[in-house]
Design a binder for this molecule. Structure first.
Ligand code: CA
Length: 519
């Protein structure tokens, strides 16, 4: 039998083999909180639904417990490329440059006959390697008239264009005319949205500014019940969110817009600014005002992305590509949408550590499946390789999700995930920490501060009261410390680099912000 299979492999035309191996489209966004994906059923599901992302889960599977290992843009991307934790792939912080010479999953796919492409946000500093085609945003890229980078150099932005649409158009173009249709492919469609500074497309400015967004219960959190890191951060709506730039009360980054776009943009924001100057909200009222503004822009960026994902899914259906293509949606990590009074990510708390993950694979994934297993972005590389039928290198550190996609419940699945955030001093002043999350508990170690936090996620899902001091939890805490030590050993975690000297780059602003003081 084995010999017959071998003979088949040798004699079969390439096209026939290609037909048997599924294509993979990995749609990836930046800072898209699970709380802003309506399939996850959050407080925002009715006011800002994401029907097309939801459709992937409805026609396939939704993972309810997908966690990242280090909630920061660049590091998450490096984990996905390598299937290794940050300390092994070498990309610990955003200012690092990814060493593209190391083993990555696209190189392995390419070697086995897959055609590989990445379009959109790359954000790893060095040029992409292992891709037959790459067309990426320089650094963070711009929302309007985005420039791109290719192996040949810079590609100027198209007048009037919007980044989310361009990423999708380029992806569809590549599917239509760019690829070798005899080969299976892996296409990474990587959106800039909804990354800060949340510049929505003109068409959604008004609609999203007129909605009223439900607030999270802990938006006015005073951080009692947490250790010092939660008090010392610089990512509050109250103090850190900038009225001028984040809330767009002064014209910002409009140089990429057409005169027509600039005009509509200005008219829109001048109206809002007038109302603000009249109302002059202060204290908690200003926090509430900023939250509404923040959600209007953030969710409008997501609306445009959801539309464009719908276009891509429709294209797959129209061309019949959907039948043998696995479509996966995820974000590089989560985001605080006013929970704890915050925006941004970085902390090991649920909103930033959790990331959306949905997948569709006709004929394999049972539609409407939901997995509660603890999975991770550490698993993505191995999953891609496994889907393609390629052996997984021993030094990758995740687990293939393919058995879960196939509806099997793997025995002895992981019962804990390891997390490590390294980036301090830096924007938002989140102290370095590592920790372990199990189904029930979370233990966080702020090692530079020699402080621990312990949360019972069942009784305290919003992580408002650390139980590190509680005698009743001593046993749990000791067990988690053991688990943390064992995970550190399993993943070969090395000592964190010496703490950098220097202050955080941007100290908190005065509450009322420079803009309103001047006015
Ligand atoms: Ca990100």
């Amino acid at each position: 039998m084995l010999q017959r299979n071998l003979l088949f492999l040798i004699l079969a035309p390439v096209g026939l083999l290609a037909a048997k191996r599924p294509n993979i489209i990995f749609i990836f966004s930046d800072d898209h909180a699970a709380n802003a994906v309506s399939a996850y059923g959050s407080r925002l599901q009715d006011v800002a639904p994401t029907p097309n992302i939801d459709r992937i889960g409805r026609e396939g599977i939704r993972f309810d417990n997908c966690f990242v290992t280090n909630a920061l843009c660049g590091p998450c991307r490096a984990v996905i490329q390598t299937g290794k934790h940050s300390h092994l792939n070498g990309f610990l912080e955003n200012h690092h440059v990814f060493n593209g010479d190391q083993q990555t999953f696209p190189k392995l796919l390419q070697k086995s006959g897959y055609q590989t492409a990445v379009i959109g946000k790359w954000h790893l500093g060095s040029d992409p390697q292992g891709f037959d085609h790459w067309n990426v945003l320089p650094g963070q890229g711009t929302y309007y008239k985005p420039e791109f980078r290719t192996p040949e150099g810079k590609e100027p932005g198209k007048v009037g264009s919007y980044v989310t649409d361009v990423v999708t158009e380029k992806s569809i173009d590549w599917l239509n005319t760019g690829r070798n249709k005899d080969k299976p492919f892996m296409l990474m469609v990587q959106h800039k949205a909804p990354h800060r500074f949340w510049l929505p497309p003109i068409k959604y400015l008004k609609e999203y500014s007129e909605k009223i967004y439900p607030e999270p219960d802990n938006m006015l959190d005073d951080y009692q019940g947490r250790r010092s890191a939660a008090h010392m951060q610089d990512m509050t709506l109250r103090l850190s969110m900038d009225l001028a730039v984040d809330n767009k009360m002064v014209p910002y980054r409009m140089d990429h817009m057409t005169p027509g776009q600039q005009k509509t943009w200005l008219e829109h924001f001048v109206k809002i600014r007038k109302k603000l100057l009249k109302a002059k909200p202060r204290g908690d009222e200003l926090v509430r005002w900023k939250y509404q503004r923040y959600m209007a822009d953030y969710l409008a960026c997501i609306r445009a992305m959801d539309d464009s994902i719908g276009r891509l899914l429709d294209h797959l259906t129209e061309t019949g590509l959907d039948k043998n293509t696995v479509v996966i949606y995820s974000s590089d990590q989560g985001f605080f949408l006013g929970e704890h009074g915050w925006f941004d990510k970085r902390f090991m708390y649920e909103e930033s550590m959790r990331t959306p993950l949905l997948a569709r694979w006709p004929g394999v994934i049972k539609p409407g499946s939901v997995s509660m297993e603890m999975v991770s972005n550490l698993d993505f590389a191995q999953t891609f390789l496994d889907i393609a039928g390629i052996g997984i290198p021993n030094d990758m550190q995740g687990l293939s999700l393919k058995p879960i996609l196939e509806g099997r419940s793997p025995k002895n699945w992981r019962d804990a995930v390891y997390y490590h955030y390294y980036c301090y001093p830096e924007y938002h002043a989140v102290r370095r920490h590592d920790g372990v999350r199990t189904e029930r508990y979370k233990l966080i170690h702020y090692y530079d501060l020699q402080e621990w936090e312990l949360f019972d996620l069942k009784k305290d899902p919003h992580e408002m009261r650390s139980l590190h001091f509680s005698d009743g939890h001593k046993k749990v805490m000791d067990k988690l410390k053991e688990q943390l030590a064992s995970l550190r050993k399993q993943y070969q975690v090395t000592e964190a680099p010496p703490l950098r000297t220097g202050k955080t780059l941007f100290p908190p602003l005065k509450e009322f912000g420079t803009f309103l003081i001047e006015n």
